[in-house]
Design a protein around this ligand. Structure first.
Ligand SMILES: [Zn+2]
Length: 293
């Protein structure tokens, strides 16, 4: 595992242009991404790269502000050996679906304040306007991390013996034509993990709800490291969701107007392998960590 640091600087803030300024601290085309039309120049460096402190010093001295992101990167062998992987999809390719499009939820055991614990009771309804985003794809997600797979991939998953999964139908909602069933399935997790270990990093209580399940911030400058205790793994399945729900919430009692936070999807390397064999790209796979207590 290595940690990658991405520094974003506004191109027009660099006197003499990004190439000249960044080149002065040894940051060349191997680590600098400059697009002439883009507002930001991106420098990607390993956390241990000696150019990183020099770059930060240069920007500080010149009074140039920057944004920083830190992400852990893993080899295939490390991903294969992970107990569970957080599976997250390219945010630009998501299809809109969920409560505001007509998907229904049982709120009887959900938090009254934030809606965490809402239990889906219908098929997944997605916005018909987003249907084109599924073309040529075998998997996708909604903004709530609901995982959608085409029906052939759903059949492979069902036949694989993978545990802890169930499927729901997927419908597209059109304003005039009503609902049309799609040859897709929603992949659902039957098992919810226990609360994460407080040793997790990059998942920071921000506006924590009284239920303690939502209201986390995930600041980009700290790598997200979701940690569980060894004892939390006794009940795991191949497909699981976190107890914590992430993202913004807006819930005043009307599901049709709700913005729910959502749990993260955690799968074993076996499930990742099935997705990769199906030619699915677009997912990031981030290993969770285990501590003894
Ligand atoms: Zn709550």
């Amino acid at each position: 595992m290595r940690t990658e640091v991405r520094i974003l600087v506004r191109s027009d803030r660099m006197p003499g242009g990004p190439r000249a300024l960044l080149g002065s601290v040894g940051c060349g085309p191997d680590v600098v991404q400059v697009r002439e039309d883009a507002i930001f120049t991106i420098v990607t460096l390993d956390e241990r790269d000696e150019r990183l402190p020099r770059l930060v010093q240069l920007l500080t001295e010149r009074g140039i502000s920057w944004l920083e992101g830190r992400h852990d990167r893993f080899t295939d062998d490390e991903l294969e050996a992970a107990p569970l992987l957080i599976m997250s999809y390219d945010v630009n390719a998501r299809v809109f679906g969920g409560p505001r499009v007509g998907t229904t939820y049982d709120m009887s055991e959900a938090c009254e304040r934030c809606g965490a614990g809402a239990r889906q009771t219908s098929a997944m309804i997605i916005d018909g306007e987003d249907l084109h985003k599924l073309e040529g794809r075998r998997a996708a997600t909604t903004p709530y991390d609901d995982v959608l797979v085409d029906e052939k991939l759903a059949a492979v998953l069902a036949a694989s013996g993978a545990t802890g999964l169930s499927f729901r139908g997927v419908f597209a909602a059109f304003e005039k034509r009503g609902h049309i069933q799609l040859p897709w399935r929603q992949l659902c997790a039957t098992h919810t993990m226990p609360p994460m270990s407080p040793r997790s990093t990059g998942i920071v209580p921000d506006d924590l709800c009284s239920c303690r399940r939502s209201g986390f911030d995930t600041p980009s400058e700290i790598p997200t490291r979701l940690v569980y205790r060894a004892a939390d793994f006794t009940e795991i399945r191949d497909v699981n969701v976190t107890w914590e729900w992430f993202g913004d919430t807006h819930y005043e009692g009307d599901v049709g107007d709700a913005l729910f936070a959502y749990p993260r999807f955690l799968v074993t390397p076996k499930v990742r392998c099935i997705f990769l064999d199906a030619g699915v790209t677009g997912f990031d796979w981030l290993p969770i960590r285990v501590v003894e207590d």
